[in-house]
Design a binder for this molecule. Structure first.
Ligand SMILES: *[C@@H]1O[C@H](CO)[C@@H](O)[C@H](O)[C@H]1NC(C)=O
Length: 301
């Protein structure tokens, strides 16, 4: 009874604090790193001292690490560039920058050129395996947060919501991670899963890394702002971050006015932060847009 009561208190406390989020602009910069084996390291990427910076290791996947990877029902393996993005690299990066936090993202689009599916055998078995393997990885790599980025599903939205919701609850309650985000995009095969999760467990989710770069190429500022409003109301009460890609993805590019759209949102006190996919792609261009995004955020009034 006492245990149930304290769990209830925690739930109430977390709901209370997340829905009391004040409507001010945030100086949060986030970026995915490690998915494409371009040799990007933590000493390559920019860190502006006057903002909060999250680098998100991509990806941990619940698939076997054989040449023909197959689902493991929640038993996660590390698939980011483990030669460069090691536990000691994470520790020294964080030791050098007090404003940096490091997270890991679960899932992703593909593994060995095949789709990664969310494919649990049952809710309880998936959650139990995930708790164990993720706790191990988080402690080995000294991680602060977790991001959910499944994009293909072999289950229904409610099962996804229950698995991820129970996992996030445990990881936060046990302080294995201190923040959580989700990375949905606008697609009928994806949004219902994240909306089901948001509806029941939104109080456990600190940021919505909405993949605005999954909208068509050539998106303009007014379309982008409309998309933002749509997603802001879908994930009501959440901190929806804006984003662009430095690969060949779509959406509103910096060249087409991404930062103009950000200024607009900032004037409306709706800028919750910026994230970029991905450091691996930006390495060859010297992180031009990361530097621009970070100084834009640092200039926040
Ligand atoms: C943005 O694109 C839409 C759809 O193509 C178009 O109707 C609108 O005029 C464009 N807005 C600007 C400012 O170019």
């Amino acid at each position: 009874m006492a245990a149930i009561f304290s769990v209830l208190l925690i739930v109430l406390f977390i709901s209370f604090s997340s829905f009391q989020a004040s409507p001010t602009n945030s100086r949060l910069f986030r970026e995915y790193i490690g998915a494409e084996d371009t040799g990007v390291t933590f000493s390559d990427v920019p860190v502006n001292q006057n903002i909060e910076v999250h680098y998100i290791l991509s990806f941990a996947i619940d698939y076997t690490s054989s040449s023909k990877p197959s689902p493991t029902n929640g038993y996660f393996n590390v698939y980011w560039d483990t030669e460069n993005l090691t536990p000691s690299a994470v520790s020294s990066f964080k030791a050098h920058h007090g404003n940096v936090k490091v997270a890991m993202s679960l899932g992703g689009d593909t593994i060995n050129k095949q789709h990664v599916y969310f494919d649990p055998k049952s809710i309880n078995s998936w959650v139990s395996n995930a708790i164990h393997s993720i706790s191990d990885i988080a402690s080995k790599y000294n991680l602060d947060g977790i991001d959910i980025d499944y994009e293909h599903f072999r289950t229904d939205p409610d099962t996804f919501a229950e698995c991820i919701g129970k996992l996030l609850f445990y990881l936060k309650q046990q302080r294995i991670v201190s923040f959580a985000s989700i990375a949905p995009y606008e697609d009928d095969s994806v949004q219902p899963y994240y909306l089901a999760l948001w509806k029941k467990y939104g109080h456990l989710i600190d940021y919505v890394n909405f993949q605005f770069y999954a909208y068509p190429k050539g998106t303009n500022v007014s379309q982008f702002l409309k998309y933002f409003e749509t997603q802001n109301s879908n994930y009501e009460g959440g901190k929806v971050l804006v984003s662009f890609g430095t690969d060949k993805s779509g959406g509103l590019s910096p060249k087409n006015g991404f930062f103009e759209a950000c200024s607009n949102l900032r004037r409306m006190n709706k800028l919750n932060g910026i994230f970029i996919w991905s450091a691996d792609d930006s390495k060859k261009d010297g992180f031009t847009y990361e530097l621009q995004a970070q100084s834009f955020l640092a200039d926040s009034k």
